[in-house]
Design a protein around this ligand. Structure first.
Ligand SMILES: [Zn+2]
Length: 240
């Protein structure tokens, strides 16, 4: 069983807030948790957050996680022309690749028109994780040119649900199972004027529940994957 834990590293709850509490308090806690559990994850950074918090990008890389792109400043690709969208992607890669290799991408708000696969391919991206099976996209992986699509399996708030609900949801997901969350979900957001599903169980409760999810998959003997590792597994099958 293959499972990926991924994080979209951005300012707090875009487009509603502009604060960065998730970066200041949430991301260090997440990195501590992943270190404690000895699980490698993928962190899709916006270039803007990487520029403001370079020490956190370095920590991600030094601790063996994967650095991916979440576009430049969380621009939604479905709201831009292909040309403008291409430029935001290329600018983000220019910033992020100063820290290390970047071969994985996730579009903000999981809005990713198919014509962008060509843009990713030209820019050396091997894995995209911008589609979502919970929005009706087919499960399993697919190649678009040389780009492997590994869709996400659940919306981020699922991993903050009380465990008695989660234990019913996880076994029903198809493989590979790709989870995602944001640093701002790991600081208390209860007092913010944002949608309820962005607020409930945020803060330390979310850390506890993510730990529980990881323990659950460990007990099942799951293999935790970084996104680039999916390319190694499925890209090889494609070549053979
Ligand atoms: Zn995002």
């Amino acid at each position: 069983m293959r499972v990926a834990i991924t994080f979209d590293v951005e300012h707090d709850c875009p487009p509603y807030l502009t604060t960065v509490r998730g970066m200041e308090e949430g991301l260090p806690k997440l990195l501590d948790l992943m270190g404690e559990k000895r699980v490698k994850a993928t962190f899709f950074f916006t270039a803007e957050m990487a520029k403001r918090f370079p020490e956190l990008v370095r920590r991600v890389i030094d601790e063996g996680h994967e650095l991916g792109s979440h576009n430049y400043d969380h621009e939604r690709l479905d709201k831009l022309s292909l040309e403008k969208g291409r430029r935001t992607i290329e600018k983000s890669l220019e910033v992020l690749r100063k820290f290390g290799d970047v071969v994985s991408f996730r579009a903000p708000n999981l809005q990713f028109p198919d014509e962008y696969y060509g843009v990713l391919e030209k820019n050396g991206i091997l894995v995209d994780s911008s589609k979502a099976t919970y929005k009706g996209y087919r499960s399993g992986v697919n190649f678009f040119g040389n780009v492997l699509e590994v869709p996400t399996s659940t919306t981020s708030s699922v991993i903050r649900l009380p465990w008695r609900f989660q234990r019913i949801i996880h076994p029903r997901l198809k493989e590979p199972r790709v989870y995602f969350a944001h640093p701002w979900e790991f600081v208390p957001m209860q007092k913010e004027k944002i949608r309820w599903d962005c607020r409930f169980n945020t803060g330390d409760k979310a850390i506890e529940l993510l730990g529980r999810l990881i323990d659950y998959y460990k007990s099942q003997g799951a293999e935790f994957m970084k996104m680039q590792e999916f390319y190694e597994v499925y890209g090889k099958l494609k070549r053979d």
